[in-house]
Design a protein around this ligand. Structure first.
Ligand code: HEC
Ligand code: HEC
Length: 411
């Protein structure tokens, strides 16, 4: 992955100015989130340098429901439908709702800081684009590749590259050519659809590289303001780094390990998939939501990372989500099982949550990551779970959110 860090941060600053001036009048300034200088430079792929023109176009595309099925009428959706800035760039639903009110398979993750992830989606299936003209793999383009997924997913936007390219060439031609002057020769050629479709992904990814969250009480504390965390939060931080060993998978300051060099790293089974047994059907095909894989004992379950690698050791593994902005992104886990931060924490440390039935806890305890087994082998006091929760709350901040997981509701 190319590191254009210095340049990226310059462009980011420039962009904040452009956005504030240029978009305030349209009432969408809230779509841009002003974050302090990130402690870790935003990775930018060599094949898609970050420019204000791309970010602006990407933001408009992110909000445009006409990228979805043209026949879906009032049920058309945009990226922002399921990744709303008012809800921490998520949607406050257990599982997302796409065109024709089709229910998706998983919980919508936040887009905050997804620019740092080497793979996108809960199972990491989006990793890179392939250049449509040369066939070359374009490293570091997981966001670009990801953006082209929901547009075509029958349970999300249910559209085709041809349709979307036609619409974007009609509606955004000038902005598109300003952002990507190099694509002009391909328009009208046999490469038109794949080249323009990728440009759409590149514009959206560029916008997403500006959706950063580093403006929380924790960041203030890390910058030397020792009073930024309460006593409970400080005790929680000690537990997070110590007894809880949470940093093994949620390392500071990004709080996820799906960012390190190894593209297979960052996926773990912490036992959630056994709780998300889904007997429902796929609203687009009428088939089971998670068709049988032929593996006995796993019928109906979401097998996560296994679908990507086909390795049985990856069954039930999911991407480690960031723990930033949790106050805005309830419910939690890939299946949206927990609506309170405290319940998610209790599940991580105990494997079971008081008052929430889990018929599988004992039978399947042996399947989870040894790191999790070690955490669960310790005794956990209620106060310790409260302190961990208080610390996680200190990882949110710096932007508006009117969602379900707000302070006060998370306990
Ligand atoms: C119908 C709701 C819906 C729409 C529309 C939608 N998304 Fe998502 N998004 C989701 C869900 C659900 C997931 C997780 C899916 C999975 O892991 O299989 C997701 C995953 C993602 C991720 C990966 C984040 C991570 O941490 O892995 C990104 C980035 C993202 N979406 C951006 C977009 C963009 C860009 C668009 C528009 C082109 C879009 N989404 C449209 C619901 C939606
Ligand atoms: C072995 C790696 C690992 C360790 C150790 C770990 N986690 Fe996680 N955590 C994950 C994974 C993977 C998920 C997502 C699981 C899923 O949805 O199937 C997750 C999810 C979460 C969530 C839900 C976040 C969301 O947005 O959905 C919270 C909260 C959380 N972990 C807190 C903690 C705390 C607190 C600790 C330490 C006590 C901890 N985790 C230790 C891997 C880990």
């Amino acid at each position: 992955m190319a590191n254009n860090a210095g340049k990226a941060s310059f462009v980011l600053k420039l962009m904040l100015i452009v956005m504030t001036l240029g978009f305030a009048g349209y009432g969408v300034a809230g779509m841009m989130h002003e974050s302090p200088e990130p402690p870790v430079p935003v990775p930018v792929p060599e094949s898609n340098p970050l420019t204000p023109a791309k970010v602006q176009l990407g933001m408009r595309l992110f909000m445009d429901s006409n990228l979805s099925d043209p026949d879906a009428g009032s049920t058309k959706v945009a990226c922002v439908t399921c990744h709303s800035p008012m809800l921490g760039f998520s949607d406050a639903k257990i599982r997302s709702i796409g065109v024709y009110n089709r229910r998706g398979k998983r919980n919508s993750p936040t887009v905050f800081n997804s620019a740092y992830q080497h793979s996108q989606f809960w199972d990491g299936r989006a990793q890179y684009l392939t250049d449509p003209v040369t066939g070359d793999v374009l490293p570091g383009t997981s966001l670009e590749a990801q953006a082209l997924g929901p547009i075509q997913d029958p349970l999300e936007m249910n559209n085709t590259p041809e349709n979307v390219v036609g619409y974007v060439l009609y509606r955004y031609r000038k902005a598109l050519l300003r952002a990507f002057p190099g694509i002009a020769p391909y328009i009208g050629s046999s490469y038109e659809v794949p080249v323009v479709f990728q440009a759409i992904g590149k514009a959206i990814a560029s916008y997403e590289r500006t959706i950063l969250a580093f403006d929380s009480p924790y960041d203030s504390y890390a910058a030397g303001n020792t009073g930024a965390l309460s006593d409970a939060q400080l005790r929680g931080l000690a537990l997070f780094r110590g007894k809880g060993n949470c940093t093994a998978c949620h390392p500071e300051p990004l709080f996820t390990d799906v960012t390190s060099g190894n593209p297979d790293s960052g996926f773990h089974n912490i036992g959630v998939f056994r709780q998300g047994y889904e007997t429902g059907t796929n609203d687009a095909t009428g088939e089971p939501l998670f068709p049988n894989t032929g593996l006995p004992g796993y019928e109906g379950y979401d097998l996560g990372r296994y679908y990507v690698t086909k390795s049985t050791s990856d069954i039930g593994k999911f991407k480690t989500p960031t723990l930033r902005q949790l106050l805005c992104t309830a419910p939690y886990m890939h299946n949206g099982k927990y609506s309170r931060i405290r319940d998610a924490v209790e599940f991580v440390v105990r494997g079971t949550v008081a008052g929430i039935p889990d018929p599988y806890e004992d039978d399947y305890a042996g399947e989870v990551s040894p790191l999790i087994t070690a955490i669960r082998s310790r005794d956990w006091y209620e106060d310790e779970i409260n302190d961990l929760t208080a610390f996680l709350e200190a990882l949110s901040g710096g932007h508006m959110c009117s969602g379900t997981g707000m302070r006060g509701m998370s306990r």
